[in-house]
Design a binder for this molecule. Sequence first.
Ligand code: MF3
Ligand code: CO
Length: 250
Amino acid sequence: MILLKNAEEIERIRSAGKFAMEVLTELGRHVKEGVRTSDLEAVCEEMIGKRDDIEAAFKGYNGYPYCLCVSVNDEVVHGMPSDGRFLKEGDIVSLDFGAIYRGYYGDAALTYPVGKISEKASRLVTVTKESLYKGIDEVREGARLHDVSSAIQSFVEAEGFSVVREFVGHGVGRNLHEEPQIPNFGVKGTGVRLKKGMVLAIEPMINEGGSDVVIRENGWTAATRDGRLSAHFEHTVALTDKGTEILSAL
Ligand code: MF3
Ligand code: CO
């Protein structure tokens, strides 16, 4: 069942989503050559510690042990912060962070370059970010859910990249993952009708090469099977009386 949210609930999700983007923005100032991925986790912990009304959404979720997911290069999602992993020039690093404000979740992700990156990597990051906005553009009353999915897929594939199938976007609210699932591929004109009160976490995960992923030995981290790059952007979006609002935008 898709839970529709009232204005008060959306207000809380907005507070959570904005905090998530504040954290991701601050992390952008720390992403540079020589930084450990665990240093980024420490920044998150510190920012959460300063707020008594905010909790980390991912820590403890299905046993995930950190606040932040840090997925470098061929890692798609759910990369774990590590003392042994140093960022180096030319890497791309996807950061995914969720927060809880008064019982409601906000979820966001973005991909940063580390120093100067290749032309191809840069194009992957730009296309992935643009694909998120192509999806968000389809969110309107009466549209179908897979209009969002299809817009992302067709844009990405026309650019010569591929869409990850194993992970999808999701409804978000009192829980991190609610119905509906939002694939980043699909057939326009199908899927549930979008209604006021829906809050959706749209999150394209896009690969430079093939769409296949493997799960690493830690049981969490997904990486591309072919070892080529992957990028990820995510926003929490609401459909309200006033139209579509990106709740995780600053
Ligand atoms: N943004 C991701 C998602 O929506 C992050 C989940 S990580 C987890 O699925 F650790 F919480 F599972
Ligand atoms: Co999400």
